[in-house]
Ligand binder design. Structure first.
Ligand code: HEC
Length: 438
C-alpha cells in the first residue's frame, strides 16, 4: 500500500521548532507516519510538551491528515516482532520450548539427522532459505513507544524513539522532501547518511538516540511502502542499540549521560539496569536477523563470534533453543558469506560450548529437550562436514587450537546425549591437527 504524496507545505508545523530548538522531525519520521499507531489524545498530550495554540492544532491536523486518519494500532505494538507476535509462555524456558515446537512445525528438516556431506550441504541450503523475520521468537521486541503517562511500567527508554535530538532537523529537510516525494530505498539511504553526517554525538546516550532514529527510519519506510526493505546501514544501528544496553547494564544513568529530566521521567534511579536489559537482547536479535552472518555489524571478534549475543540469550533467558538455531544459521551464513572473499570458515559456537558443559544447560522440559538435542546434533554434524570440506579444499588449517577445543566440547555433548559421531569427529580433528596452518 503506497501512501499518496502529501503536500510538503503542510510539513511546516511538523518541522517547527519548540523553545528548545527541537521539532517533531528531530525525533520522528519525516512526516510522522508511525504516529498512526496512537490515538488523537496521545498525540495531543505529546504535542503539548512542545507547542501550544495554533501551532499545536496545525501539528494535530498534519499528523491526522498526512496519515489520512489515525489508525490506532495500540500501545502494545512491537514493530518488527518476528512472526508478528511473541510466542506464548510465562517464562523464558516456556517460550523457548514454544520456539522449538514452532520451529519443528515450520521447518521440520532442521531436526532431521545428517549423515553425509551432501545432506549437510542440503541442510545448510535449507536453513539459509528461512526468512528470519517470519520465525516467531520468545523474546519481546521493544514497543514503538513507552510513555510514562500510561503508567509506571511504561517508564522506560526501551522503545523506538530518540530520547534526545542529535541533529538540526532543518538540515534534514531537503533529503526528507526528496524522500517523501519519492520514497525509494535510495532516498531512504540518503536520509540515513545525512542524519549520521549531521549528528553531533556528545556521548553514548546521543549515540543511542541516533541509532534509534536510524532504525525508526527503516521502520517508517516499511510502514509507508508496505514492503520489507533489505536496506541495512553499514554499521547496523539495531546492533548498536543492543550494544548500549550491554555495555551500560552494569553502569548507571550518570555514566551514560542521561539528562536529568529523562532520569526523572523514566524513574531511572531505580530501574536503569532493567531498562538496559530491555534494550540488549531484543535489539541483538533484530540486528542479527538483518545481518545473519554478523559480518556487517562492526568487525570486532566478539560480534563475529556472537559472544555477547550468546551470553544474553542465556543470562536473560535461558533461551537455549533460540541460541542453537541462531548459531546454526549464523555459521551456515558465514560459510556462504565469509568475512572476506575466500576467508577460511571456522567452527565457532562461542559460549554455547565454551561454558559449563552443554548437557547441564539443556532445556529441562522433556519435549523441548528432545527437540533441542536433535537440532543441536544436526547443527554440530553440519558444521563438522562443512569444516571437513573446507579443510580438504584448502589443505590448510585455520585457528586449529580454538577449533580443536570447540570440537572437543561438541564431541563431549554428542557422547552425553548418546549420539556419538566418532568417525567424523576423528577425521576432522586429525585434519586440523596435521594440516599446515600457514
Ligand atoms: C527529543 C525527541 C522528541 C521530539 C522532539 C518529539 N518527540 Fe514524540 N516521542 C519521543 C519519545 C522518546 C517518545 C516515547 C515516549 C517517551 O519516551 O516519553 C515519543 C512519543 C511520542 C508519541 C506516542 C505517545 C504514546 O502514547 O506513547 C507521539 C504521538 C509523539 N511522540 C508525537 C510527537 C510530536 C507530534 C512531536 C512534535 C510536536 C514530537 N513527538 C516531538 C521523542 C520526541
Amino acid at each position: 500500500m503506497m501512501r499518496p504524496v502529501l503536500s510538503l507545505d503542510g510539513l511546516q508545523a511538523w518541522r517547527a521548532k519548540d523553545a528548545k530548538g527541537q521539532s517533531c522531525a528531530s525525533c520522528h519520521s519525516p512526516d510522522g507516519i508511525e504516529l498512526t499507531a496512537f490515538t488523537e489524545s496521545d498525540l495531543r498530550r505529546r504535542i503539548l510538551r512542545h507547542h501550544s495554540g495554533d501551532l499545536a492544532e496545525q501539528v494535530v491536523r498534519i499528523v491526522t491528515q498526512n496519515s489520512n486518519r489515525l489508525k490506532f494500532i495500540g500501545h502494545d505494538y512491537r514493530p518488527f516482532q518476528p512472526g508478528g507476535s511473541v510466542l506464548p509462555g510465562k517464562t523464558p524456558q516456556e517460550r523457548d520450548g514454544a520456539f522449538l515446537a514452532n520451529l519443528a512445525k515450520q521447518h521440520p528438516f532442521l531436526f532431521k539427522p545428517i549423515s553425509s556431506l551432501a545432506q549437510a550441504l542440503e541442510y545448510q541450503k535449507e536453513i539459509l532459505a528461512i526468512d528470519l523475520r517470519s520465525v516467531p521468537i520468545g523474546i519481546e521486541v521493544n514497543r514503538l513507544s513507552e510513555d510514562s503517562a500510561l503508567g509506571a511500567n511504561h517508564a522506560t527508554i526501551a522503545n523506538w524513539f530518540p530520547d534526545v535530538p542529535t541533529f538540526d532537523s532543518d538540515q534534514l529537510a531537503a533529503v526528507s522532501d526528496a524522500y517523501l516525494q519519492n520514497p525509494t530505498e535510495e532516498n531512504l539511504r540518503k536520509i540515513d547518511e545525512k542524519a549520521v553526517l549531521l549528528s553531533s554525538l556528545h556521548d553514548q546516550f546521543s549515540m543511542l538516540s541516533l541509532a534509534k532514529y536510524r532504525c525508526l527510519n527503516l521502520l517508517q519506510h516499511e510502514m509507508r511502502t508496505g514492503k520489507q526493505t533489505s536496506f541495512l546501514p553499514p554499521d547496523n544501528p539495531f546492533w548498536q542499540i543492543a550494544e548500549v544496553g550491554r555495555v551500560y547494564a552494569d553502569s548507571d544513568e550518570i555514566t551514560l549521560h542521561v539528562p536529568e529530566t529523562i532520569v526523572l521521567d523514566k524513574s531511572m534511579k531505580t530501574t536503569f539496569k532493567s531498562q538496559m536489559r530491555q534494550l540488549r537482547l531484543p535489539w541483538f536479535w533484530l540486528g542479527w536477523i538483518r545481518d545473519p552472518s554478523l559480518t556487517k555489524s562492526g568487525l570486532s571478534r566478539e560480534t563475529l563470534r556472537g559472544d555477547y549475543f550468546c551470553t544474553y540469550l542465556e543470562q536473560d533467558g535461558p533461551y537455549m533453543g533460540h541460541e542453537a538455531f541462531m548459531l546454526t544459521r549464523k555459521l551456515a551464513e558465514q560459510n556462504r558469506n565469509p568475512v572476506q572473499p575466500n576467508f577460511p570458515w571456522e567452527i565457532q559456537y562461542t559460549f554455547f560450548l565454551a561454558n559449563d558443559p552443554l548437557i547441564k544447560r539443556e532445556p529441562k522440559d522433556p519435549t523441548a529437550k528432545e527437540l533441542f538435542r536433535r537440532l543441536t546434533h544436526s547443527s554440530f554434524v553440519m558444521s563438522l562436514y562443512l569444516l571437513e570440506q573446507d579443510l580438504r579444499a584448502r589443505k590448510k588449517a585455520y585457528h586449529p587450537i580454538p577449533q580443536g577445543s570447540q570440537i572437543k566440547f561438541l564431541n563431549q555433548y554428542l557422547n552425553d546425549i548418546h549420539q556419538p559421531e566418532a568417525a567424523l569427529v576423528g577425521r576432522v580433528s586429525e585434519l586440523l591437527a596435521t594440516l599446515p596452518t600457514k
